[in-house]
Design a binder for this molecule. Sequence first.
Ligand code: ADP
Ligand code: MG
Length: 687
Amino acid sequence: MDLQAPLTELTGVGPRQAERLARLGLHVCGDLLFHLPLRFEDRTRITPLDRLRPGRAALFEGVVERSEVVIRRRRMLVVTLGDGQGVITLRFFHFGNAQQKRLASGTRVRAFGEPRGVPGALECVHPETEIVDPDAPPALEQRLTPVYPVTEGVSQPLLRKLVRQALLGIRQLPDLLPELEREGLPPLQQAVQDLHQPPPNAQAPALEPGIDGRSAAQTRLALEELVAHQLARLQHARAEPDEHAPALDPPGDLWEHLHAGLPFPLTGAQQRVIGEIRADLARQQPMNRLLQGDVGSGKTLVAVAAALAAVEAGYQVAFMAPTELLARQHARNLAAWLEPMGIPIAWLGGRQARGERGQLLNELASGDRPVAVGTHALFQEDVRFHRLGLAVVDEQHRFGVHQRMALREKGNGGTPHQLIMTATPIPRTLAMTLYAGLETSIIDERPPGRTPVRTALISHERRDEVIERIRVACGDGTQAYWVCPLVEDSEQLEAESAEATRERLAEALPGLRIGLAHGRMKGSERDQVMEGFRRGEIDLLVATTVIEVGVDVPNASLMVIENAERMGLSQLHQLRGRVGRGNAASACVLLYRPPLGETARERLEAMRRTDDGFEIAEVDLKLRGPGELLGTRQTGDRSFRVADWSRDQDLLPRATRIAEGLLQDPPRGGALIDRWLGDATRYGQVG
Ligand code: ADP
Ligand code: MG
């Protein structure tokens, strides 16, 4: 089988399926080899019901003791399963008559899912189920089952089948970095094989959901991917000198006008950074500046100052955020600041009526709308600007380097200046390697008058006390967040678990107005909930990590984060940044499931000790010293396929060195970039 063979050559893939697979970045058979499992499930054995542990996905079996339809806020099918040693409750929110009949009393059922709750009273929301004939029980899996990133219309079983075909068919995978073997890393072919199909006796590769060890095979691929990215960046940086940007150096009246009307003074750091940016914008060389500032440090206003300079100079601004939620919030803030000054904003979202979008596109192309705010929708080909002078990209690590480059293409004559904002603090040493070619500005001061967030670590077994605390706080007019655990590969499961949590909290807290926000809701629906929360019509917001970035509700001063031990430090820090935005003393409760490993405890302790993002980033780096088999995938970070922003930072210096060497070897470098950023190169003309 050829690496470059189209996916339609595989059994089970027609043109429509191929289209869906393309959404996962899968275009040719070779791509499948680099589409690695997020984690593995162990279906090689059945766990007795009394041995199930909350938060640990398992295969289990029992006889249905009771099966009934219960109506709370919504209808659900509740099934009690017993095996003589223990019991577990299964809950289904989506079910039909057939499902109900299938799970009738007395039936033997094998199920796979993640139990929740406390030992002795476990439940499982929407497990996979299989009816078992006691005389002929189905065979168990021989190997660990990979769980791949999927998308709508592409199922796990299908992906498993396709990857198996590709692994069998492709026998010659060109090793572009054979020198890594001298460093004790496995050859590429073997690394790929091991990552998809770990040998049956492999040391638990990533069995803990969300927490991956980094095996030699993972290191091999992560390193290669980082080399490809670094190489692309280096080439990009080298290509720069002959590029021109418009010099944006207006008197600054627009900004002065806005500044004079602000209800608060700027911090010293904001003023300094605005100065740095203005100086860059005034030059004919494109600005490439990274603005780092902890959550709540006031980056948006700095970006607005830059935007107003561009607008006053007669140019347009594109303002981009990684999620619809965040982009909308920016749009709202920008509109509130700029529209009273007669500067209309164009909002470009993912879901937008064709006519409305067309109208806005026209106004951008003619220059009638000076400012566009949106998500990835702004990268799309049909978006044209009259004179784009500045691109502001929020939370950059979620966008690949290539997407930024795609924007450059929209300059129409010149390269737009770029301001990249991130609230993910990056230790200085790393920032230098990672952002070769970017200038850095740091807001190292927070607006005054904020009380630090008190953080507590509380075992899941004391959940009731935490619920009581919410009752009291909300009774006093405070608003609170309840953040549900991460289910990495399945937005669907995550949403269902969030719904189940909402049900339980609603039972425990009958007086409160409880809202729900998760990634499976329609954007408009979720916005409505967020809007209700912002207006104070919702006391408690149960949410998945969709609220991670940027949401600003000052009256919310209590946050509970479930399964905090599963999340990355920077993600926890981001989440916690949602509280402590107003004047009230705020608190954050990190609920964890004991027992905590030593490193996990140290990480959570760091969260308790400090809320300085840079310090947290340093701790994160230190705790993941070489050889440490620990790391947490940052959800939403889809800029890498294998490498992990947080887990693999220690590989960066090495990757950069190798990339520098490859600058001298264009054919090999090109092949490497094509392998890892192939999609991107087609999209944004990298290199
Ligand atoms: P982030 O850096 O996390 O993006 P934002 O720009 O969202 O932070 O700012 C957080 C909040 O602080 C906003 O409500 C903003 O209006 C407010 N803010 C920004 N600058 C100041 C300041 N100098 N003093 C007080 N509040 C400020
Ligand atoms: Mg922000």
